[in-house]
Design a protein around this ligand. Sequence first.
Ligand code: NAD
Ligand code: MN
Length: 354
Amino acid sequence: VRTLRIGLIPGDGIGKEVIPAGRRVLEALPAYLKLKFEFVDLKAGFEAFEQTGAALPEKTVDILKAECDGALFGAVSSPTQAVKGYSSPIVALRKKLDLYANVRPVKSVMTAVKPIDMVIVRENTEDLYVKEEKTYSGPDGKVAEAIKRISERASFRIATMAGDIAVRRQRLREDGASSIHKSPLVTVTHKSNVLSQTDGLFRAASKSALSAARFNGVTVEEQIVDSMVYKLFRQPEDYDVIVAPNLYGDILSDGAAALVGSLGLVPSANVGEGFAIGEPCHGSAPDIMGKGIANPIATLRSVALMLEFLEEPAAAAKIYAAVDANLEAGVLVTPDLGGTATTEQVVEDILNKL
Ligand code: NAD
Ligand code: MN
């Protein structure tokens, strides 16, 4: 039996309603999977900031680093005006734990939308998000500039992860996971026709990473980011795994999430060497907080995704299948999907299907 110690960081708003659901699903996994879980409750977010003066208390980071194998992060509320001393805890966590990849699967089940089953693998540490900006006055007035930094190492590393994910997804399909795809495909996204050095380096390093022998069975394609958006919206069913530099990945992944009908369905994981934080894509949803109707599925899928990166694909597959079965039946679903079920009823149904 393997024991995994999981940090639970509910954060604010509906984070407090969906993270407990994640814990329950882990506790309900069948015994034959030979997994045991221990949980540590940790603080982060706006409420933590008001209570302790830190949006990401040091204790949270220390315990994650010293004791935990993985974590689940709910959502945090960000104040609309800048508040002195407050900055996003998830951005800080990504830096402190070197979670270099943001992985976002986007999958449709219900029939109202086109069939979609893709994963966007976004580089999480560089590109324009190094935030090296400056403003100065030139002869024509004010000018603002930002550095776009692309390194061979980070590009190689993220493309390798995309290849590994494509291989793993293929293995899950061979083990019976439902999917619209028959063979693995990685699409490398860039704009190297214009940005020949920065995006050119991303493209070259990605292609080199994906030419490794273990990716022999994976088809590798490349696409220019703007035409990619067009195709992504017209033919989302064509995409399997997409790898992109930070900014394009950010935009593509929010756009793709819009294709499946509700933010309440879309999970993500922040992944580094030997550590993963599962995180639903939605925010703290103050408009529905406290009503008991938040859709828990984004979180449950984030739990499964975290397990994939902790090398527990069978447990992950179990959770994905139970979630898909709930959505396919389409009866016990929350109001964001047109149903009348509560969070509790959806969780109960999924636990039964486990
Ligand atoms: P939001 O994702 O919280 O909500 C957008 C809409 O989607 C709302 O109508 C909400 O009710 C609905 N929704 C979201 N998750 C749902 C779920 N699980 N089930 C059912 N409906 C759901 O985005 P917002 O309203 O723009 O932001 C609210 C707060 O969350 C802000 O303070 C924002 O800064 C923060 N936020 C945090 C994160 C994060 O922690 N990663 C992401 C986005 C926004
Ligand atoms: Mn974004």
